[in-house]
Design a protein around this ligand. Structure first.
Ligand SMILES: [Zn+2]
Length: 466
């Protein structure tokens, strides 16, 4: 029995008149509804088939892979097992960035076309521009529907989303978004398919007190935002001894949800919090098991490996680094790509009966809070939205050393100009809402600390309680 309620029965003339991309999303979602119950072995067979198709395409049309497969003497059609697959080289974010031009397909299969570009930096401060296609979008929406179903999010209830503005907003749209907007439905891209209630949107850079006032005004059934932002709202909600009576569940996006933050948000809002693991490079990667046993990988869409320090697969219970293969982006391939997050492998077979691989936990993108001079804490992710627009660098790192002192380290690229340092200072001043002493350091590389990963955002001040 499908979880969602369609606007029109699937065999009605109205449903038949829906645009083909919308019908394709529904078909894909229904296929996923079936494939989640296949055995683990059947799912791997399916993945290897997809890998062969992708690599055959890359061999012919993606210069980076034409060369690499020849050098490494790999024939796509001979990849029959995961051991064969692991002969492919692991590609770091740095290598991908350096070869971005060569990693763009010169030709696409019939029915694939460029639809959008997205920018991502992970938490390592190495920005990438990722080209997306119509097929990538179809999978995004289909996995989005699966994720909502697994989390029990019924679109016939109202949804409030507090997140960054869309980059393509016109100035007037942006101005409206800062004080809150109402959309007629949850999924503008799937218009006409599902019955949905209105959806509300607000800029995440809005002050937390105003966010909360806005939420209390609309009293949504579901709330979606970044964990660090929800954590601040949870604190305010408890200070004000207030509640959101209509709220049924919260979905976090954008950053990793730690167990402590999850329990603070759940305690303050009094509803369950669902998270998910998505990225610009591969879309939906994993979502919580509906029965609460960890996270299931969307394995029809992404081949995810959890590897130890010898690049061998981790066993259940072991933690390793994530390496992913996006199976459907034939324009900008990510094949055995090291995403720079870690995960702990879950049980071999999930008690819920799904054959999709299980992760016990995902240790992904978590970022600190920056501290404002007036005592407020601010989600440090917010500073990135201004920085991304500047471009001109291969890597960055922002360190808050004092309430009024920040260092921004950048590794410039060919688009760097003499005007960049002042523009960076302006972004920092806007974020901290006052003039800040900002040192812009131009460096050849950002050193990896002895104990772990390079972090893009660092606060060196003693932690302040929320
Ligand atoms: Zn499960």
């Amino acid at each position: 029995m499908p979880f969602f309620t369609l606007q029109h029965p699937i065999d009605s003339p109205e449903a038949a008149a829906l645009p083909q991309p919308v019908k394709d999303v529904w078909t894909q979602y229904r296929i996923l509804d079936h494939s989640q119950w296949l055995s683990a072995a059947e799912i791997v067979e399916h993945q290897l088939h997809e890998v062969r198709d992708l690599l055959q395409h890359c061999q012919q049309h993606v210069p980076f892979y034409s060369r690499l497969l020849r050098q490494d003497n790999i024939v796509p059609d001979e990849i029959r097992t995961l051991t064969d697959f692991r002969r492919l080289r692991i590609i770091s974010r740095r290598v991908w960035q350096e070869h971005a031009t060569e990693l763009r397909a010169q030709q696409l299969p019939p029915g694939h076309w460029l639809t959008a570009k997205s920018t991502t930096s992970g938490t390592s401060g190495v920005p990438l521009e990722v080209l997306q296609t119509n097929i990538v979008h179809r999978w995004w929406w289909a996995c989005n529907l699966r994720d909502l179903e697994w989390g029990g999010f019924d679109p016939r209830g109202t949804l409030a989303g507090i997140r960054p503005p869309v980059r393509t907003f016109a100035p007037e749209e942006l101005r409206q978004y800062q004080s809150g907007v109402t959309y007629a439905e949850w999924f503008p891209g799937l218009s006409g398919l599902l019955q949905t209630a209105p959806c509300y949107g607000l800029d995440i850079q809005q002050e937390p007190a105003k966010q909360l006032a806005w939420l209390r005004g609309i009293s949504p059934n579901y709330l979606l935002s970044y964990p660090s932002n929800l954590d601040m709202l949870a604190n305010l909600l408890q200070d004000q001894q207030a509640s959101l009576p209509g709220l049924r569940a919260i979905q976090t996006i954008g950053e990793s949800l730690t167990p402590e933050v999850r329990s603070r948000i759940e305690a303050a809002f009094g509803v369950p919090v669902k998270d998910q693991y998505t990225c610009a490079e591969a879309g939906y990667v994993a979502s919580p098991c509906p029965d609460g046993h960890g996270y299931h990988v969307h394995a029809e869409h992404v081949l995810l490996e959890v590897l130890d320090s010898d690049d061998q697969p981790c066993a259940p219970g072991e933690t390793g680094r994530l390496v992913l293969t996006a199976l459907h982006n034939f324009l900008n391939p990510f094949i055995r790509y090291e995403i720079q997050d870690d995960a702990t492998v879950g049980a071999t077979a999930c008690l819920c009966g799904r054959g999709l691989p299980l992760l016990k936990s995902i240790e992904g993108k978590s970022r600190p809070y920056f501290q404002l001079a007036d005592g407020r804490l601010k989600t440090s992710s917010n500073i990135l939205f201004g920085l991304y627009d500047l471009q001109g660098f291969r890597q960055y790192q922002i360190i808050q050393q004092a309430l009024d002192r920040v260092t921004v380290r950048v590794v410039p690229d060919q688009n760097w100009t003499a005007a960049h340092p002042d523009r960076i200072r302006q972004v920092v001043d806007e974020f901290f809402e006052q003039p800040i002493s900002t040192e812009v350091e131009i460096v050849a590389r950002i050193e990896r600390p002895a104990s772990g990963k390079v972090r893009d955002l660092i606060c060196e001040l003693p932690p302040r309680t929320l």
